[in-house]
Write a protein that binds this ligand. Structure first.
Ligand code: AAL
Length: 411
């Protein structure tokens, strides 16, 4: 609904919630909200769950000569990660350690064929010798570019998920890829929001320039109020220099980056982290994002099929599908903030965040948000663990005793 079409805010008295309904939310009913969508998932052939390899963090999907292409992180064999203090030359610290970037193709977006290595790790002792991961693609000036995370040297607890972003280019979508072999987007200064890690490079072409969105993570205790956030660095050419925008961070939540041109601006899908996780946001200027809808069970590490990602025509159409990853994420015993991910595989998501589609199937909030089914509530992660049950009974007992003590005798 356009600003000028919004109904007049009624005169006071008006509660804060009702003022938001008039002045903040684009549409009171999600069924009419262009930024609201359910997400539906499909298992893939060729890239699905397999004991041989862990596949994760897919790029945007690109269509070239009628064939869909995707790049992703692949680690084989899919042995379980052992943590940063136990890793070795053959034992991975994390699910994306000792990994390379592979690519796959598909004719219909459902049945995929793994084609092979796109970008591999460097020789030991060289830049990017430990892992090359989390790639995303740009097509610019009739050339292809992959921006990716480059890890040099073994992981360690002190360094954490520390890496920078590098780039490789190719004249053909199938490579060979020439590596820059140096950072194209360096870490921020120690006290900065992106001083600890730079992840999930995500290029778009916007306002005649290359906008490289990325996730930043501060060093522990450095940037207050931030766990992770997203920002942008802008350049005239794919090799940079990329200038980080003075307004960064632009998004105060989210984990893996997922953005797409929408109308004259840019929309973003946020998941996993921060107060504004599980939202779809929009910035008419590509910089100042507002929450437009809250969604549930959004795809993790979404790589959308976004045909106008590089069109820069000021008339972004949106997205209807893409790939994402699903994995086994277990909480590290005695360290609830840490999870270990493993057995990652790629899956497809479908949605309706497109201006040319009108699919009530994806716009019915009752379908998902309002009514998950039994299997959802009693799946491993949702079910109350047996060992937590007794703790809860004991603790509730104590709370009730305290409450009873503090309540007047008359009840
Ligand atoms: C992902 C991404 C980046 C992180 C790790 C692998 O979810 O955010 O790629 O480094 O996790």
């Amino acid at each position: 609904m356009l600003e000028q079409d919004k109904p007049q805010t009624p005169a006071p008295p008006l509660s804060a919630a009702m003022r938001r309904l008039y002045e903040y939310w684009p549409e009171p009913d999600e069924r009419n909200n262009e930024f609201f969508s359910n997400f539906k998932y499909t298992r893939l052939t060729g890239l699905g769950k397999s004991p041989d390899a862990s596949r994760r963090d897919p790029s945007k999907v690109l269509k070239v000569d009628g064939l869909y292409y995707v790049w992703y992180t692949r680690r084989a064999p899919s042995v379980a990660p052992v943590g940063m203090d136990q890793c070795s030359d053959s034992l991975p610290a994390v699910d994306w350690d000792l990994a390379d970037i592979y690519y796959a193709t598909s004719e219909d977006g459902f049945d995929w064929r793994e084609q092979g290595l796109a970008i591999g790790r460097a020789v030991a002792g060289h830049y990017g010798d430990r892992a090359v991961t989390t790639a995303d693609v740009l097509y610019f000036g009739e050339r292809y570019y992959l921006y990716y995370q480059s890890f040099s040297g073994a992981f360690s607890n002190s360094q954490g998920d520390h890496c920078d972003v590098s780039m490789a280019w190719a004249d053909s979508v199938e490579g060979p890829w020439q590596k820059m072999n140096e950072p194209v987007l360096p870490l921020g200064a120690e006290e900065h929001w992106d001083g600890g890690a730079i992840h999930d490079p995500y290029p778009l072409v916007y306002q005649g320039k290359i906008w490289l969105f990325y996730k930043g993570q501060p060093l522990p205790g450095k940037a207050d109020r931030l766990v992770r956030a997203q920002g942008v660095a802008i350049a005239d050419s794919p090799a940079g220099p990329f200038i980080k925008h003075s307004l960064n961070p632009l998004l105060n939540s989210g984990h893996e980056t997922c953005l797409f041109p929408y109308k004259q601006g840019i929309a973003a899908l946020l998941s996993v982290d921060g107060p504004e996780k599980n939202t779809v946001q929009f910035a008419a200027d590509g910089l100042n994002f507002d929450i437009m809808a809250s969604v549930s069970c959004p795809p993790i590490a979404p790589g959308p099929y976004c045909p106008d990602a590089f069109a820069d025509n000021g008339d972004g159409q949106g997205i209807t599908w893409g790939l994402c990853h699903i994995n086994t994420a277990t909480i590290v015993p005695n360290n609830p903030r840490r999870i270990v991910e493993s057995e990652s595989f790629l899956a497809r998501f479908d949605c309706d965040l497109h201006r040319q589609t009108d699919r009530p199937y994806f716009k019915n909030p009752r379908d998902q948000v309002g009514r998950f089914n039994e299997a959802t509530y009693f799946q491993g992660k949702m079910q109350l663990e047996e060992n937590a049950r007794q703790d809860i009974i004991d603790e509730n007992q104590k709370i009730e005793e305290r409450q009873t003590l503090s309540m007047p005798l008359s009840i």
